[in-house]
Design a protein around this ligand. Structure first.
Ligand code: RI2
Length: 309
């Protein structure tokens, strides 16, 4: 798929989920590198940088996207010829895609161990890693039940219940505002992440922080499933994670909004859950308390604190 096509699909959320958009960007850069004919190594680099910029600018919050792009683009550093650069980009993209898939499997394996036989789990939004943990526990023979939220305004909960249904897992589908009504029936909350800050705060789908607050009040543990490439290196140097605000028309149709001139529709796609409301973050390197986020950034994302931007 050409870069602009992938970028458009990410923007429109036809490709969505922090892990999936990162892998889609790696595939787009790899295919672009393979097809690109440039007069010189410098021109090749320039074209690749343009493509990388297009991909990164699609959605601002999920840090997996700039992290993946950076990992792939680092192949250009030190390549003496255009062919060397091309090979390096392809290799790095393939390595990222494989290691991402491996991370998803490892997290499922580790996360499933936190789920006990007979547990009821609540999940919010549609996270392949969070669902991976739940499905792995079910496949491991544990008798579990799930509460899945609707996830207004984009209804990612519909994807979640389809996956759970197809896996043969008993599932309750609830509106987002029903979480508090059911939290006492829940043993464990598992969600995904779009970004993890150096202070252990987790940025995830809007509503996650309400779920986590409710769980804390009810003494229900909250697990976050997040690959190491969802940790945000630039938060170490004081950068804040930008929260994407999507068009109001996702919440209220334009024809209604037009009749209400005094009303502004606000539509942030994500919110921030502070570390104190999270019990563990499950990464492919093992489970960590959120307060150890700095170690993950240092050990697995490197000291240079770079993200492609
Ligand atoms: P995985 C999604 O964002 C959700 O917030 C989800 O929890 C997170 O990415 C992580 O998804 P969106 O693309 O990588 O639906 O675990 O806005 O699949």
């Amino acid at each position: 798929m050409i870069v602009s096509e992938t970028a458009e699909k990410i923007k429109k959320m036809e490709i969505r989920g922090a892990g999936r958009i990162a892998r889609a960007a790696a595939v787009a850069l790899r295919d672009h590198a393979l097809a690109l004919r440039a007069p010189s190594n410098a021109a090749f680099r320039q074209e690749m940088e343009k493509a990388a910029g297009t991909l990164v600018s699609t959605r601002p919050t999920a840090v997996s996207l700039p992290n993946a792009v950076h990992l792939v683009m680092a192949g250009l550093d030190g390549a003496a010829t255009m062919e060397e650069a091309r090979v390096a980009v392809v290799q790095r993209a393939d390595t990222f895609i494989q290691s991402s898939q491996h991370a998803v499997e490892k997290i499922a394996e580790f996360g499933a161990r936190h789920i006990r036989d007979g547990d009821t789990i609540l999940t919010h939004c549609n996270s392949e890693v969070a669902l991976g943990c739940i499905i792995a526990a079910h496949r491991g023979g544990k008798d579990i039940e799930v509460f899945a939220t609707e996830v207004r305004p984009r209804n990612q909960g519909h994807i979640t219940i389809k996956t759970l249904n197809d896996a043969g897992i008993k599932t309750n589908f609830i509106v987002d505002s029903a979480v508090r009504s059911f939290i006492n029936d829940v043993d464990l909350v598992i969600v995904g992440a779009d970004a993890v800050s150096v202070n252990g705060a987790v940025v995830n789908k809007i509503g996650t922080s309400q779920v986590a607050h409710t769980a804390a009040e009810a003494r229900v543990n909250v697990l976050v499933a997040a690959e190491t490439y969802k940790f945000a290196p630039r938060t170490v140097i004081g950068e804040l994670i930008q929260i994407e605000e999507r068009p109001g028309s996702e919440v209220l149709p334009d024809e209604i909004a037009r009749t209400l001139p005094n009303v502004t529709v606000r539509n942030p796609a994500f919110d921030v859950t502070p570390a104190e409301f999270i019990d563990l973050i499950i990464t492919e390197q093992g489970a960590i308390p959120p307060q150890m986020a700095y170690i993950i950034i240092r050990e697995y994302l490197g000291w240079e604190i770079k993200e492609f931007q």
